[in-house]
Design a binder for this molecule. Sequence first.
Ligand code: S3P
Ligand code: PEP
Length: 450
Amino acid sequence: MSQPEHSRPWTAPTATARIDARVQLPGSKSLTNRALLLAALADGPSTLHRPLRSRDAAIMAEGLRALGAAIREVPGDGAFGPDLEIAPAPVTGGGSIDCGLAGTAMRFLPIVAALGDGPVAFDGDPHARKRPMQQTIAALQGLGVRVDADEPRLPFTVHGAGGVAGGELEIDASASSQFVSALLLAAPRFERGLTLHHRGERLPSLPHIEMTLEALRQRGVDARSTGEASWRVEPGPIAALDEQIEPDLSNAAPFLAAVVAVGGRVVLDGWPESTTQVGRMLPELLAAFGARSRVADGSLTVEAAGGEIPGASLDMHAAGELSPTVVALGALASGPVEVTGIGHTRGHETDRIRALIDNIAALGGRATELPDGIRVEPGPLAGGDWSAYDDHRIATAGAVLGLRVPGVEVDDIGATAKTIPEFPELWAAMLEGRDLEPGATPGPTGAGPG
Ligand SMILES: O=C(O)C1=C[C@@H](OP(=O)(O)O)[C@@H](O)[C@H](O)C1
Ligand SMILES: C=C(OP(=O)(O)O)C(=O)O
């Protein structure tokens, strides 16, 4: 098995007892990166409390710095690490931005760069060069912005010409909701705002578009849906906002799935009363596998009996980023599990459908590809190699399987640095029933200055 230099091989721990744990998770990637971007375009300085500290958040912060914003760490409230203070500045060109493997950075920042004056060069990790970017480039061109690209993907250069007129635009966001979010986030700074229409075969991850609209409205922007696949953002100032970032509910998925796999109980602290995060669907999704959930006093408790996991058929088009965890549970189920509506996850950090099928096969299981999803057959599994493909969610899916299958060898648990660098420590603490707060074990990459 070839491993990149930075890889951290990890034998997924097998559960030896029922789970009884209280977990606190680090901040949401999607909320942190929206808050950073909007703060950089706002009308005054903002502070983010409990921001995510991870590779994707660091990439967003670094990209915004390259475009002129000042972002610095200031003392936070202890266990959650430093806060971030963001001072906006006029968008400047002339730099270059490394998007790593962060979809939010590679889709959101080119539109911000178009507001500036001068060229900004974008590139990313080798696999980032394979992720769909055509709609970012087409949208910029449709807005009259010059983009130099040999092919419709990274690397490319955006030539800001001092502003974007905006108006009306049509895109095809079938491959990613991030194309829509990117345009809506920058649109208050377009001279005429933006009326945006999606025309295409499907629109994945609608909750993430709702999150974008809500983040804009929280900052005084008139942003709304005008139809099933149309949105309007009025031009105007983006108000500065001090915000406490919610825990990442998508990263809650493997921890809650662990209860289904093993039996027992997990209490997740900081569960928001209401949220735009797609992870809010987890209680309902896990109920399909027999879990019971309740929310009280700001915590979510998930309980499950352990033992047999029933088969299920789930359409996850709204929640593709939760699908690797659900497929991992599917491989442990006693009936077939079908997850559909996730064709677009072939364009995520890796081709997730292929990665899951191949990894499950390496453990002796059988999963097959559907036109827009995956079907997992019940059957015995044995230890074997589990490739992370630099994908945090594939790595953590291996962790879920390892709870019941001894000897699941994840080739690089370091892939979790993308959104939850402290994953191995939090996972071990959960299995041992110890409380461990995020920030207690600082991850390899913070969102602060390098
Ligand atoms: O806007 C966002 O923060 C995200 C949108 C979704 O992207 P896709 O629509 O490409 O699935 C999601 O999967 C990704 O993890 C984060
Ligand atoms: C698809 C994901 O990430 P990205 O923001 O890189 O698209 C994800 O986190 O599941």
